[in-house]
Design a binder for this molecule. Structure first.
Ligand code: IMP
Ligand code: MG
Length: 182
């Protein structure tokens, strides 16, 4: 992007990200090895981690992987809103009786994830687990179960590898960076 009142410092390199995703894939493999699993990517930020995770699971020998996406508008995460969360893109697949793993880019306050978990568990999956590439533990305002966490990071605003700046830029970066304002 052109108008630069900020710079980006690398926090997690491309190489380290691949190692983190490999570690997550091994954990999923350990727990769900021979089973069919539905990976539910949370739009929009999860596309990068979901793509790499799915490929790593394939390399480990998992061959019953279904990939689906869900979008929800929680009307500004981190704020307690009186409005109902709205589904902007629903799943294609029926998850009743299925093993489902939610795939998130980052857990911050935990509000978005808690809404999504409630919506999906109401559909009666056999198992509902959650994976998040990143977690900002000190920002958590609501307790949410996240069984698989790639990396715990401090309270900084990060971009790249799916995560955006200003709702649009930097999702394409192959690394995770921290935005520094000048
Ligand atoms: P939560 O509901 O507060 O946990 O918010 C989670 C969502 O906020 C994530 O799925 C991201 O879309 C967004 N988010 C939180 N922290 C960051 C960040 O540091 N960079 C980019 N997006 C973030
Ligand atoms: Mg997200």
């Amino acid at each position: 992007m052109n108008d630069k009142n900020h710079s980006i410092d690398v926090l997690i390199s491309e190489q380290e990200l691949q190692e983190v995703v490999q570690k997550l894939a091994k954990e999923i493999y350990r727990d769900f090895n021979n089973q069919e699993i539905i990976l539910v990517g949370v739009l929009d930020g999860s596309f990068a981690v979901l793509a790499d995770l799915a490929k790593q699971l394939h390399k480990l020998g998992m061959d019953k992987i279904v990939i689906d996406f869900m979008g929800i508008d929680t009307y500004g995460s981190g704020t307690k809103s009186s409005k109902e969360p709205r589904i902007t893109k629903d799943l294609k697949h029926d998850i009743k009786g299925k093993v489902v793993v939610i795939v998130e880019d980052i857990v911050d306050t935990g509000y978005s994830l808690s809404v999504l978990q409630a919506m999906l568990s109401a559909r009666l999956p056999q198992k509902l687990a959650t994976l998040s590439l990143l977690s900002k533990d000190e920002r958590r305002e609501i307790e949410v179960p996240v069984e698989y966490i790639g990396k715990h990071i401090p309270n900084v605003f990060v971009v790249g590898y799916g995560l955006d700046f200003d709702g649009k830029y930097y999702r394409e970066l192959p690394y995770i960076g921290v935005v520094k304002f000048k």
